[in-house]
Write a protein that binds this ligand. Structure first.
Ligand SMILES: [Zn+2]
Length: 534
């Protein structure tokens, strides 16, 4: 998932009001509807959770699931086996091919002017070094006073063959802003902010003077024959970096921790001639490998051609284990299906779940499914997507489906109060890209709802970072989320009313003074090679 902070809302109705006056029902538990199935779902989800037993093998044993990788396919097969073990029909649906890359050993060692093992790892899909590695000088992009024009930059390119180049801004400090703010008096804090802002300005000036930008630079460096590129994706927290795909197609690319990256930058900038031994062992399969969405199904008994769909992407970045992006979404939907199979095995409408790959590549898996299944789009009662971490679900984004809110509110009103205690129904909302898989359905006007979670330091500490691991999951929250999702699926399946698809008239975008554009559906690339031709 890319950040969801873009959400524009007009009004919200706190669903807790609806939950405030539940009818007293069965012993020990608020069950306003008195519906025994609601009770069963609640008991199964809250008292017989299997989440930890599911999360551990997925995140620790299979591990991170880069699209197209062997681990991605192993996770597809693990889902299939797990569903079959519960008696739920499931299939791995091939929708294309993608490059197949396997991460091996990657290390950086400072060998001069002193010895230190650096905190570093190669980016996903990085090119490899020779097996034994390479030892090289480390240099940094020249300052705007050292290089004043593109000719000067071209001359500099002629001097860096076989070297390792520092290509991102070194941080003045790797202390999170909140830490400085909590200790510093206002003058000291203002000075820290000033230092950080001036360093950012000075770094940008280097690119302006050289007439290059972050997009064009890697190819220029590759052509100059560098041994590799080093960068830092500091995520503004203690010891945490966002580590995603390499930006340098043909040369080894490493993320170096904030502390060690700034060390190398200071050594290089002060003429202390740092030298590093770099190893990046990685394997890229000669041909692309198939990519799959895992789809599971509990067939509808009365309206089999109408669908309630659960949605969460399976793929992840690979510097952590893809714990909260999107391991939590994956186990939430998996567990919700287990709960439904146990408590509601004969749903009125067909209940489907989509475990997509390719989300981090631009929702290609979910887009392919939507394009390949017009019958599901036509019969879609509601889709529930989760994709932002381990926090408790705290809002339902209605994405401009103005008449869907009463259905959602009615469903929530039938749920035990403590299930909806913190959930806000955001409506009418606007049709926009959430940068997650519900987009692939919303763009067709089929009602996909994004269930967002409270942050739990997702944005700074786990989203696409090297700290996104099993231990970051809060199972009390995820247990609650899986139970809530199962209750939503139950209510949506039972509701005699088909959810309205009336969309709000796009409001004026304050920034452009134009009507907000309703996102159009992307034609998914069916291969990595095809995606590069765009
Ligand atoms: Zn995600």
């Amino acid at each position: 998932m890319r950040s969801h902070l873009l959400v524009a809302t007009v009004a919200a109705v706190a669903a807790t009001l609806i939950g405030a006056a539940p009818a007293r029902a069965q012993a020990g538990q608020d069950n306003p509807s008195g519906d025994p199935v609601v009770q069963k779902i609640y008991d199964e989800g809250m008292h017989h959770s299997q989440l930890e037993r599911l999360a551990q093998p997925l995140l620790d044993s299979i591990g991170p699931r880069l699209t197209g990788s062997a681990a991605n396919r192993a996770a597809n097969d693990w889902l299939l086996k797990t569903y079959k073990s519960w008696g739920i029909d499931a299939r791995n649906e091939k929708y294309g091919t993608w490059r197949d890359w396997t991460r091996g050993k990657s290390t950086l060692e400072l060998v001069s002017p002193r010895y230190r093992v650096l905190e570093a790892t190669m980016h996903a899909w990085s090119a490899a070094t020779p097996a034994a590695g390479v030892t090289a000088d480390v240099v940094i992009i020249p300052t705007a006073s050292q290089i004043t024009d593109s000719a000067g930059f071209a001359r500099w390119l002629g001097t860096i063959k076989g070297k390792l180049v520092l290509i991102s801004e070194p941080q003045v400090t790797c202390r999170p802003d909140a830490d400085i703010r909590s200790w510093a008096d206002s003058a000291t804090y203002q000075h820290a902010v000033f230092q950080r802002d001036s360093a950012a300005t000075e770094w940008r000036a280097r690119f302006t003077a050289a007439h290059v930008d972050g997009r064009t630079l890697p190819a220029l460096l590759a052509r100059a024959g560098v041994a590799g590129v080093l960068s830092n994706g500091w995520s503004r927290g203690w010891g945490v970096d966002k580590i995603q795909s390499t930006r340098a197609a043909d040369v080894p690319s490493f993320d170096v921790s904030c502390e060690d990256y700034s060390l190398l930058a200071r050594l290089a900038s002060n003429g202390q001639s740092p030298r590093v031994h770099a190893i990046a062992n990685a394997r890229l399969a000669r041909t692309e490998s198939p990519v799959f969405n895992t789809i599971a199904e509990i067939k509808g008994s009365e309206k089999p051609d109408e669908y309630v769909m659960l949605s969460a992407h399976l793929d992840s970045w690979d510097s952590g284990s893809g714990g909260t992006d999107n391991g939590t979404g994956t186990i939430t939907m998996l567990e919700a299906m287990r709960i439904l199979k146990t408590a509601y095995p004969h749903p009125k409408r067909t209940i489907l779940v989509g475990h997509w790959s390719g989300e981090e590549e631009g929702e290609i898996g979910s887009s392919a499914f939507a394009a390949d299944h017009p019958e599901v789009l036509k019969g879609l009662q509601a889709l529930f997507n989760q994709d932002n971490g381990t926090g408790e679900i705290d809002s339902v984004q209605t994405n401009g489906f103005i008449d869907a809110a009463p259905s959602l509110a009615r469903w929530m009103s039938r749920m035990p109060a403590d299930m909806t205690r913190n959930v806000t129904l955001m409506f009418p909302g606007v049709a926009h890209n959430e940068s997650t898989d519900s987009d692939a359905f919303d763009c067709y006007g089929a009602p996909g709802f994004f269930l967002t979670s409270s942050d739990w330091s997702y944005t700074d500490y786990t989203w696409h970072t090297n700290r996104d691991t099993y231990d970051k999951i809060n199972f009390d929250n995820v247990k609650r989320n899986a139970t809530l999702v199962a209750l939503f699926a139950y209510e949506a399946s039972e509701d005699p009313t088909f959810v309205s698809r009336t969309r709000r008239v796009p409001p004026i975008d304050q920034r452009t003074n134009q009507p907000m554009r309703v996102p159009s559906c992307r034609v998914p690339p069916r291969s990595w090679e095809a995606s590069q031709r765009r």
